[in-house]
Ligand binder design. Structure first.
Ligand code: NDP
Length: 421
């Protein structure tokens, strides 16, 4: 029925592509295009060797930061949709290419500028900060600015269809549809209870991950942002199927879209678990300047510390065989139904080794890759057909929730959970 162009062939893309091939009634043809074509060819071979899918897979080389290259590829392949699973730095270029070629767009993480010295990005960040809006490295303003252009072109740009952001926002629309008249408070909890056995590694792209977790924390309260020093708000939570873990408040993009689209919610916080060992490594790397994004000279050669660090750290796509344990990601709600107070927890538990057995990846890539496929499937099949640049909380949650159950991310709803203070 449809043709999909996937850009990127890293940890998340490898899961999403295999899931698209499982959903071959929707995805008849798929092109994997990335910077390193050999990775695309290896995945194509793996899928063809398994022989379980009717999806016709092809591969291509592309630099997603180069608009002309992307436009040429899209014009020659003629996909119905581009699924962007490269890095957030390329989001705007890929959206521009989709507009130029008249195809839908889906991604899993909101735009941020790779170059912190980019004058346009610095200006926007400064304006937002001085207006006490938000000083995070990443925010939706860049991609929401495409809304009118996508609407006019009768196209959809589905922003942030991973687990968080993505599924977490769908959990909110589902809770609102079936369980609440009003939601007053929302806590999004992301627990990785897995162990990969390395002293230090990140579960998705190291540069993106380390920039995110070393930034200021922030939460949405009474219509404005409250910013706090990184990792300064800590809570312990007893996660179903995992047990007690320390979690820390960080900024995360769905707090921004949910704050905008659900103005009734008075407080939205996002917590992620980290071990003490991870935080000690992070602090040490930060203290010695290894998280720096500006080039430093070494023997006459400019080196960006965080990119050099990335070359030393394990590739997240290789963590699958050695990661054991589970993830638990979900939302805790406090609100009202029929005049009465109600609390609810919707979450998914995912097992690292089960994911590895199925698609050769750990659960972080799996929990992001499955919803990426679901978002693309709902757009190309026209089930989600609102036009413009939209986040997952702006659509009917039902088909997405059904597909989560069908494609490996079953969820549960629990009344009266323990709340986070
Ligand atoms: P990886 O680093 O494993 O993969 C990124 C891929 O993009 C690589 O194949 C890389 O190519 C390719 N790439 C990078 N730059 C370019 C370029 N200029 N042109 C073409 N291809 C390029 O990252 P992950 O798979 O871990 O993450 C992918 C995305 O998913 C990120 O945006 C991340 O933020 C997001 N994510 C979202 C989550 C969610 O729940 N919403 C959770 C986890 C991740 P090469 O192989 O040559 O390096």
């Amino acid at each position: 029925m449809s043709r999909l162009l996937v850009v990127g062939c890293g940890g998340v893309a490898q899961v999403a592509i295999q899931k698209c091939c499982q959903n071959d009634e929707v995805f008849k043809e798929l092109c994997i295009a990335s910077r390193t074509k050999s990775k695309c060819d290896a995945l194509k071979e793996k899928i063809e060797r398994a022989g379980t899918s009717h999806t016709k897979v092809t591969t291509a080389q592309v630099d997603a930061g180069n608009l002309q290259e992307l436009v040429a590829l899209i014009k020659s392949y003629k996909p119905d949709c581009v699924l962007n699973l490269a890095l957030p730095y390329q989001n705007l270029t890929i959206m521009d290419a989709c507009l130029e070629c008249g195809v839908h767009y889906v991604d899993t993480a909101c735009y941020e500028s790779e170059d912190m010295n980019d004058p346009a990005w610095s200006k926007m960040r400064k304006e937002r900060y001085s207006g006490s809006i938000l000083s995070a490295y990443f925010d939706y303003s860049w991609q929401w600015a495409y809304d009118e252009r996508f609407k006019k072109a009768n196209l959809t740009a589905l922003l942030g269809s991973g687990f968080d952001p993505g599924v977490t926002s769908v959990f909110v629309t589902y809770a609102k549809k079936y369980y609440f008249d009003t939601i007053d408070e929302l806590d999004i909890l992301d627990c990785n209870g897995g162990d990969h056995g390395y002293p230090f590694a990140t579960n998705y792209n190291p540069e993106v991950n380390l920039r995110e977790v070393s930034d200021l924390g922030s939460y949405w309260e009474d219509g404005h942002w409250v910013e706090v020093p990184a990792m300064s708000i800590k809570r312990e939570y007893d996660f179903p199927c995992i047990g007690k873990r320390d979690m820390y408040l960080i900024h995360h993009e769905e707090t921004e879209s949910l704050g905008r689209n659900f103005p009734e919610i008075k407080r939205i916080r996002f917590f992620m678990t980290f071990t003490q060992s991870y935080l000690t490594h992070l602090k040490c790397l930060e203290n010695v300047g290894m998280l720096g994004t500006e080039p430093v000279m070494y023997n006459g050669v400019p080196i960006v510390p965080i990119l050099f660090l990335q070359t030393l750290l394990p590739d997240p796509a290789t963590l699958g065989p050695r990661t054991i344990g589970k993830t638990n990601i979900g939302c805790i709600f406090r609100g009202k139904k029929d005049g009465k107070e109600r609390t609810l927890y919707i979450y998914n538990v995912c097992d690292h080794q089960e994911c590895y057995k199925e698609v050769g990846s750990q659960a972080i890539s799996y929990t992001a890759g499955v919803p990426a496929m679901i978002g693309a499937a709902l757009i190309v099949s026209g089930v989600w057909n609102a036009r413009g640049a939209k986040t997952t909380d702006e659509f009917d949650p039902d088909p997405y929730m059904e597909m989560l159950n069908k494609f490996g991310l079953p969820w549960v709803v629990v009344e009266n959970p323990a709340l986070v203070d």
